[in-house]
Design a protein around this ligand. Structure first.
Ligand SMILES: CC(C)(COP(=O)(O)OP(=O)(O)OC[C@H]1O[C@@H](n2cnc3c(N)ncnc32)[C@H](O)[C@@H]1OP(=O)(O)O)[C@@H](O)C(=O)NCCC(=O)NCCS
Length: 337
């Protein structure tokens, strides 16, 4: 077996890995949205600020039979490594997954990573079936489930009467706040506030048993993240809530909509704990949905993923029409660094 690191500049090789990923998605998890070739390539070309992405491939007789993607934070959380591993459906149970995982664990030791997380899909009640191969494989290799995130999807169409009622409810409860939306770059006056609220993310979202520590989002990070989205071909559609009296930015939500795709991906939504109970989560998400409709009328669905135990966010999402499709389970193993 030929194991090698994928060169992000080798577009043919990247496209082959994308085709493998799409083959597995279309045959095993067809309900999930396809990922365009351009977005797939852009993950490697433009990693998030302060992180390194890599992909290693496994080939046999010249044919691609497996791949592992990994992401390593470089500053805060430098103890952490997250990865996804895939073996061609026609080449399983022949040790290829184990060979890729061994390569990954060697690399993790070289990089002094002690917290290794691999992701596997799982079925949810009422959703389509999912194979348990990933879970069995990871348990066999000493990993244990640490966090379950439910992936939900909502159709985007014309606003319904239910949505209008929710919007009125959000407006009535949030009179002390103003929703401000933009696409792309954050206005200068909000950069510090956006960094402050995004710095709360890892202390505010449920992480189960995954050892991720708080991270500081400063103005440079905000700008680097925008540059990356632009380079990747993603529209960043954001709504924040500003406290009218104090002027502080106290809630934030963002959608990513890639220019080659007809669905959007919900990223973080966060409300400052000191300003909860005013329907701000609902307000910013609904305002952002309106902005999405105007800016990208061809988008037909939004996807979102939240910890199964995140009751507040899940309740808002259910009210907004999101329905569970499946789950992403983080399997964790500790290494002696
Ligand atoms: C999970 C996956 C990567 C395993 O790849 P693989 O090349 O088949 O794995 P290996 O041949 O190295 O399997 C090693 C051991 O894992 C366990 N295992 C793997 N697949 C299993 C299955 N379907 N059922 C039960 N045990 C399984 C077995 O103990 C196996 O040893 P054995 O074949 O001698 O019984 C592959 O099924 C896959 O790509 N699945 C879809 C993607 C995925 O779920 N990824 C998440 C895991 S990182």
């Amino acid at each position: 077996m030929d194991l090698r690191r994928l060169d992000p500049a080798d577009r043919d090789a990247v496209d082959r890995v994308h085709q493998l990923f799409e083959l597995a998605r279309a045959t095993e998890t067809p309900e999930l949205a396809p990922v365009s070739a351009s977005r797939y390539a852009s993950f490697l070309e433009h990693p998030p600020p302060g992180a390194e992405f890599r992909c290693y491939t496994a080939a046999q007789d010249g044919a691609l039979v497996g791949a592992v993607w990994l992401s390593m934070p470089l500053k805060e959380n430098a103890h952490y490594l997250e990865a996804e591993l895939l073996v061609h459906p026609g080449h399983r149970r022949r040790g290829i997954g184990t060979a890729l995982l061994d390569r990954l664990l060697d690399l993790a030791r070289d990089e002094h990573r002690s917290e290794i997380v691999l992701l596997a899909r799982a079925a949810v009640a009422g959703g389509p079936p999912r194979s348990d191969a990933g879970a069995r494989f990871l348990e066999r290799h000493g990993f244990a489930p640490a966090l379950t995130e439910i992936d939900r999807k909502a159709a985007v169409g014309a606003a319904t009467a239910d949505e209008e009622r929710l919007w009125d409810e959000a407006l009535a409860a949030s009179g002390d706040y103003e929703a401000v939306s933009w696409i792309g770059r954050c206005p200068d006056e909000h950069v510090a506030g956006l960094g402050r609220i995004d710095s709360m993310i890892f202390t505010e979202i449920p992480l189960g048993d995954v050892d991720l520590r708080p991270r500081t989002v400063d103005a440079q990070f905000v700008r680097d993240r925008e540059d990356r989205a632009e380079a990747q071909g993603n529209d960043l559609i954001r709504t924040v809530a500003v406290h009218r009296a104090g002027g502080g930015l106290v809630a934030n939500t963002v959608l990513y909509a890639h220019r080659d795709e007809t669905y959007a991906q919900q990223a973080i939504t966060i409300v400052d704990p000191a300003h909860r109970g005013h329907r701000l989560g609902l307000l910013v998400k609904l305002a952002n949905l309106r902005r999405l409709r105007e800016a990208r009328p061809e988008v037909t669905a939004v996807w979102t993923g939240n910890a199964d135990v995140n009751a507040n966010m899940n309740a808002i999402n259910e009210r907004l029409g999101f329905r569970p499709v499946d789950a992403r389970v983080s399997y964790r193993r500790r290494l002696d660094a």
